[in-house]
Design a protein around this ligand. Structure first.
Ligand code: NAD
Length: 255
């Protein structure tokens, strides 16, 4: 039996599921027998993930740009249409920004970061909670993927840091506003992990080595280590944790 059997039959929507953390989470939850709505703006990569799923009758893939509200609304509607409800929303989709000092960051870079990394999460929270309040029985869980850059300084990543701090603010506010209605909202704040976001051209490049050495554990976290905590945070067994931004950082934030 899967270690994650508690997710069997749960209706779970994941944004940014075509790569990195989202893809690994989709694969893990597929093995656990969850009912999945996987989505991404990269349709080709999403179809590849969807095609490799085991329980194909339990997986729906939906093209969705999280920066576009009607896309996110349609994504949540797909959960209702196919599975009758939404138990867990994972607002995972996100993008990085080219490393540079704040004095060099452009308005377009600020806008892009805000639109995808903050507003994308806002749309996911808004439409998921509307559905969770309307369904019977009502309630649900939301997991937002923030970052270490959402709880502290992120040198050379100012636009990203501003956007991810916004995710933590939305997480705490949503948890406070809807906790009494049976909705838990938490965020994970990962340290660097070698997904395409950081390994691709224009990612961290040569800074990777320096960043690893600055960590108490002298390494990045693996995607498996991040998804492990993401699943723990959103588990139905973790029923009293609400409004938290949990660092998974090898001790970096303890310094
Ligand atoms: N990898 C890290 O070091 C790290 C650290 C902290 C936080 N994070 C966060 O983790 C989340 C997942 O990132 P990852 O590391 O797996 O990166 P990734 O690049 O492997 O995956 C991100 C996915 O999001 C999708 N995406 C980007 N813009 C989108 C949009 N507008 N609409 C829908 N989908 C979109 C991409 O197509 C991609 O499939 C992101 O929110 C990222 O900011 C990552």
């Amino acid at each position: 039996m899967s270690r994650w059997a508690m997710f069997h039959d749960q209706v779970i929507c994941i944004t940014g599921a075509a790569s990195g953390f989202g893809k690994l989470m989709a694969e893990t939850l597929d093995s656990a027998g969850a009912r999945l709505i996987i989505s991404d703006v990269n349709v080709e990569a999403l179809e590849a993930v969807s095609g490799a799923m085991v329980n194909t009758d339990r997986v729906v893939s939906v093209a969705c740009d999280v920066a576009v509200e009607r896309d996110v609304e349609a994504l949540v509607a797909a959960a209702k249409q196919h599975f009758g409800r939404l138990d867990i929303m994972v607002n995972n989709a996100g993008l990085g920004s080219p490393p540079k000092l704040l004095t060099e960051v452009t308005e377009d870079e600020m806008d892009l970061n805000y639109n995808v990394n903050t507003k994308g999460v806002f749309f996911g929270i808004k439409h998921a909670i509307r559905q969770m309040l309307a369904q019977e029985p009502s309630g649900g869980t939301i997991l937002n993927v923030a970052s270490m850059a959402g709880i502290g300084a992120a040198p050379l990543l100012g636009a990203y840091a501003a956007a991810k701090h916004g995710v933590v603010g939305l997480t705490k506010t949503a948890a406070y506003e809807f906790g009494r209605q049976g909705i838990r909202v938490n965020a994970i704040c990962p340290f660097f992990s070698p997904t395409p976001l950081v390994t691709q051209e224009g990612g961290l490049g040569e800074r990777m080595d320096t960043l690893q050495k600055s960590s108490p554990m002298n390494r990045m976290g693996s995607p498996e280590e991040m998804v492990e905590v993401m699943l723990q945070l959103m588990s139905p067994h973790n029923s009293f944790m609400n409004g938290q931004a949990v660092a998974v950082d090898g001790g970096m934030s303890a310094i």
